[in-house]
Design a protein. Structure first.
Length: 315
């Protein structure tokens, strides 16, 4: 039995699979056309944010399981897999603490202009401290767009650690869940955008969804507000956000995810001011990577041993 891996995973998973008689092979590059050429006779695939499209699935006649190294399966053609009777799994919640902590890091980086200050010091501009214009987060309102596992952890850290008022909009979450976490439930997204000093996006969805944050949504935000996105890149319209930052419509933004990763060099956000960008590293801590990879390895072993794995993806 062989497991084909599209992108690097923690070595603990490789050792686990090999100990159980499953050989492992990496794609030579994290590119779908490369995967299509190289997937061959693999019985299993572990993929990260590259996903696995219909053509790659078709190129693997022996494929029995696609294990997603994370919660989001929007880049896996789940329908194509199920047409072939191929099991699809994911690893929900395994990296939630790491993503929540990065959310707070991005929030602080944007509020205190940390990246700009770092660059100024390196360029010999110590005087930047006199016009840094930072914003204190204590007492401010954090608006969470989506209220799943990650957002709930963010709420705890921001509320208990920074003394922020936390509100959230998430139509699919039962009303009592908000109260259990000491978070105020907001029933309309626009109302949340209008009241929040920091807006943090944690919604799932699919590439076909229209952006949650576009020019109209940005127009509803307060001028001093900060936008954070660690959820899905397609939730934010890049051109509209770049324009809002250029014109000072909002104070700043920090994004760990983009609609296209890596972004093309003509993406307007790459030249936008008051913006912090990170390369989709929310879950890339040692702890989270090990846990995610081992979950995937256990799922692969289960399916190749004729057992049902944890965290089946049904759609």
């Amino acid at each position: 039995m062989e497991c084909f891996i599209t992108q690097p995973v923690h070595e603990a998973a490789i050792a686990f699979l090999n100990r159980h008689g499953i050989t492992t092979r990496y794609a030579s590059a994290p590119d779908m056309q490369v995967v299509i050429r190289e997937i061959g006779g693999a019985d299993a695939v572990i993929t990260r944010d590259l996903g696995l499209d219909r053509n790659a699935i078709a190129a693997a006649p022996n494929l029995k399981i696609i294990s997603c190294h994370g919660a989001g399966t929007n880049r896996i053609d789940v329908a194509a897999a199920h047409e072939r009777g191929i099991t699809v799994t994911n690893a929900p919640g395994a990296n939630s603490q790491s993503v929540a902590e990065l959310t707070l890091g991005l929030m602080l980086a944007s509020a205190r202009n940390i990246c700009t200050a770092d660059m100024a010091v390196r360029q010999g501009n110590w005087q930047c401290r006199y016009n840094a214009g930072g914003m204190e987060l204590h007492g401010k309102t954090l608006g969470l767009v989506g209220f799943g596992t990650i957002a709930r952890k963010v709420a705890v850290i921001a509320g208990a650690g920074l003394g922020m008022r936390v509100v959230a909009w998430s139509p699919s979450v039962p009303a009592e869940v908000f109260g259990q976490h000491g978070v105020e439930r907001i029933t309309e997204l626009n109302a949340l955008l209008q009241m929040a000093d920091v807006v943090s996006i944690h919604r799932s969805g699919s590439q076909a969804d229209r952006p949650l944050i576009d020019a109209d949504a940005l127009a509803n935000m307060q001028p001093h507000a900060i936008l954070i996105n660690v959820g899905r890149g397609f939730a934010v319209d890049c051109a509209d956000l770049a324009q809002a930052l250029e014109t000072g419509r909002i104070r700043g933004a920090a994004l760990d995810v983009l609609p296209q990763e890596p972004p093309p060099m003509d993406n307007p956000l790459l030249k936008a001011p008051h913006l912090v960008l990170t390369p989709h590293l929310g879950g890339t801590t040692e702890e989270a990577l090990r846990q995610l990879a081992l979950i995937c390895a256990h799922q692969v072993l289960a399916v190749l041993s004729g057992r049902e794995p944890e965290h089946l993806v049904s759609r």
